[in-house]
Design a protein around this ligand. Structure first.
Ligand SMILES: *Cc1c(COP(=O)(O)O)cnc(C)c1O
Length: 415
């Protein structure tokens, strides 16, 4: 950051402070991960300045020889990683990827059946606050109130009565596996196309430690920065027959020039994800999430669905007389970073919420395991029980810093 420190000490300072924050706090945001340095280097590379509208071999700017090489590399790697016939690696984000799939396959006003945001779905799945709900006509399925798992009978009933042209499977705060075979059968019966949005779980899928939707879905979208740990960005996978319309929907349909620097990072991410170390990391991510569920239950917390099959745990704070908002703030004050989250059937609004969502990817990436999860849940519990006691806050804060110091996210570099 030599040049930056000279030309903009203010921004350089904020970046240094963010680096220090990452090193000294516990990141339990289920949608985040610590990207390896190689990813950050690719993101900060010279490719951030190249304009390259179009696709490899068919650009609207000259000088794209290496841009083409880079994009072709990213495409072939991600196709191999997920066994997909076609991949578009240009979406700037998960939402852009979803928008492109909607507009590539549907007409404005068409019907889409997707998971309710308050039951674990995503804003871009037709929430009233999202632009998607103004372009398409959504109906939503949810979870069974008793099991808190997706109610497939309701999905089937809605598919029959609502007659969607597309069904979306995928979620942001659903701790269980999704039955893609069932979803595909329901979609087939309704003559709807199936989009699986695996944003959160793409790393787990890539490693083969949870079921893979790619063969069952017509379209698959995901982000590269969550369990995959590859920095920001989105990807679309589909069969060859849909390739042209998906590519058109991204460019020129919804985006201009791709972020080639992010594309470079995606290429690196896909290479890293083929390594045995990555598989081991994803398996450990599942184990640490399961340990979170167990440890919270031991301390009398109710876990939504009674456990987890993936990288996240939803903790219901109702019986502890705490809101998600209060818990999130109290935990942040001691360096434990979580997000408040509504639980199925929540009576509180999303900005208050009755639960917190705990994700295991980031702490697992920095080398923590089950032993540390036991410590972390103990720290969280001490805060939630004593969040008004300054002496407890101070002591826990000290222990968080100590734990973080043992597991540096970015050990000192040689440069
Ligand atoms: C995170 C997420 C997205 C959005 O990704 P952005 O990169 O923030 O646009 C889309 N769908 C699901 C299910 C997600 O969890």
């Amino acid at each position: 950051m030599y040049e930056l420190s000279i030309h903009d000490p203010e921004v350089a300072d904020v970046i240094r402070q963010e680096e220090a924050r990452i090193e000294t706090t516990l990141d339990l945001i289920a949608a985040e991960n610590h990207a390896p340095r190689a990813i950050l280097e690719a993101q900060g590379s010279i490719f951030s300045t190249k304009a390259a509208e179009g696709y490899p071999g068919r650009r609207f700017h000259a000088g794209c020889r290496y841009a083409d090489e880079l994009e072709a590399l990213a495409i072939s790697r991600v196709q191999r990683l997920f066994g997909a016939e076609h991949a578009n690696v240009q979406p700037h984000s998960g939402v852009s990827a979803n928008l492109a799939v909607y507009f590539a396959t549907l007409d404005v006003g068409d019907r889409i059946l997707a998971m309710q945001l308050s039951h674990g779905g995503h804003l871009s799945h037709g929430d009233s606050a999202s632009i998607t709900s103004r372009c398409f006509h959504f109906s939503h399925y949810g979870v069974d109130p008793a099991t808190e798992r997706i109610d497939y009978d309701q999905v089937r009933d809605l598919a029959r009565s609502f007659k969607p042209r597309m069904i979306v499977a995928g979620a942001s705060s659903y701790p269980r596996l999704i039955d893609y075979e069932k979803m595909a059968a329901i979609a087939r019966e309704a003559s709807a196309v199936l989009l699986v949005d695996m944003a959160h779980i793409a790393g787990l899928v890539a490693a083969g430690v949870i079921p893979d939707p790619v063969a069952r879905a017509d379209f698959v979208t995901f982000t590269t920065y969550k369990t995959l740990g590859g920095g920001r960005g989105g990807v679309i996978l589909c069969r060859r027959e849909h390739a042209a319309k998906i590519n058109q929907a991204i460019f020129p349909g919804a985006q201009g020039t791709p972020s080639l620097n992010l594309l470079a990072a995606k290429a690196v991410c896909f290479k890293l994800a083929m390594k045995p170390e990555f598989t081991a990391l994803q398996r450990k991510t599942l184990e640490t999430a399961a340990a979170f569920a167990l440890e919270f239950e031991k301390r009398g917390y109710r876990i939504v669905t009674g456990g987890t099959d993936n990288h996240l745990v939803l903790v219901d704070l109702t019986s502890k007389n705490l809101t998600g908002e209060v818990a999130e703030k109290a935990l942040e004050s001691v360096g434990i970073i979580v997000n408040r989250n509504v639980i199925p059937g929540d009576t509180r609004k999303a900005d208050v919420a009755s639960g917190i969502r705990i994700g295991s990817p980031a702490i697992t990436s920095r080398g923590m395991g089950i032993v540390e999860v036991v410590q972390i849940v103990d720290l969280i519990d001490r805060i939630l029980v004593n969040h008004h006691q300054p002496s407890v806050l101070k002591q826990v804060s000290r222990e968080v810093t100590g734990l973080c110091r043992q597991f540096p996210v970015y050990p000192p570099a040689l440069d």
